[in-house]
Write a protein that binds this ligand. Structure first.
Ligand SMILES: [Zn+2]
Length: 277
């Protein structure tokens, strides 16, 4: 079941790259579907990779557009679903599906990976200018192996055609956060702006102490990137990541669904606003 949300954006100040007024619509996937997909975290990374591929197929990504990219140095591939657009400009949306052996890895990072098929589903409802490439990365926990491989094999032409890389890692512990110090300022500004229009919370929290994440591989190639997470001082102090506490019950489902809705709208919003300087 879907509800159609139309977001009206008006009275936008001039000069920030956003048109004076425009509207877009997006059709969010229902909360029950989002939660059912989150529930498919079980098993080892091989099973999670297969589950992610299956979820993409269910969401309508057919064999022509869905692929597994073998990754040097990893036993498991990246899972890639392409949504073609009308221009040669690209937006990459990524999240790692692997997890450490402690805990179930629901927060870190099935919370991000299992949203990819739903985000694909929401983005494909209308024709888009950008081509969207949704990627489930392998072996982030072993040093961003999958995202490093992907970013390094991109040609210079592909790099310059990529206007944004949106990375999700560790969602649902609290409301939406941005890793501000490692995110492109324009992309962060657009997310903050949209969140305000949608009356959804977003704040910038820097998560330096928990290490790195996949977006770094793309910013290293000068691709504007943003990482969305949910770590606050409190959730960090609770030491959920990489521990037995990382299980389904650690997720606040209200926060999680809000983050999905915000990111879903953001991806559609970026189709109209993303522009490399
Ligand atoms: Zn992670």
């Amino acid at each position: 079941m879907c509800s159609l949300a139309t977001i009206l954006l008006a009275l936008v100040p001039r000069g920030d790259g956003i048109p004076d007024s425009f509207r877009f619509r997006y059709t969010p996937v229902s909360r029950s579907v989002i939660e059912a997909r989150l529930g498919k975290y079980k098993g080892n990374d091989q099973q999670r990779e297969a589950a992610l591929k299956q979820l993409f197929a269910e969401a309508g990504c057919d064999d022509q557009h869905l692929s597994e990219q073998p990754v040097k140095g990893s036993k498991l591939p990246n899972v890639i679903c392409v949504l073609p657009g009308s221009s040669d400009k690209v937006i990459i949306v990524g999240a790692h599906f692997d997890h450490v052996s402690d805990g179930d890895g629901v927060v870190d990072n099935w919370s991000g990976a299992s949203l990819l098929p739903s985000l694909y589903q929401t983005t494909k409802t209308d024709p888009r200018k950008h081509t969207y490439i949704f990627i489930g990365f392998t072996d982030e926990e072993k040093g961003e192996v999958g995202s490093r491989f992907y970013a390094q094999q991109m040609t210079n032409e592909q790099v310059s055609a990529t206007e944004a890389m949106v990375n999700m890692d560790t969602l649902g512990l609290a409301s939406t956060e941005v890793w501000a110090s490692h995110s492109d300022k324009q992309l962060t500004g657009l997310l903050a702006y949209l969140a305000k229009q949608m009356n959804l919370p977003v704040t910038g929290v820097n998560a330096e102490r928990i290490g790195s994440t996949d977006s770094v591989q793309f910013s290293d190639r000068k691709i504007p990137s943003i990482t969305i997470h949910s770590l606050t001082q409190d959730t960090y102090n609770a030491r959920i990541l990489h521990s037995r506490k990382d299980k389904l019950s650690a997720i606040n489902l209200d926060n999680y669904y809000e983050t999905y809705k915000l990111v879903a709208a953001y991806l559609v919003f970026l189709d109209q606003t993303a522009k490399r300087e």
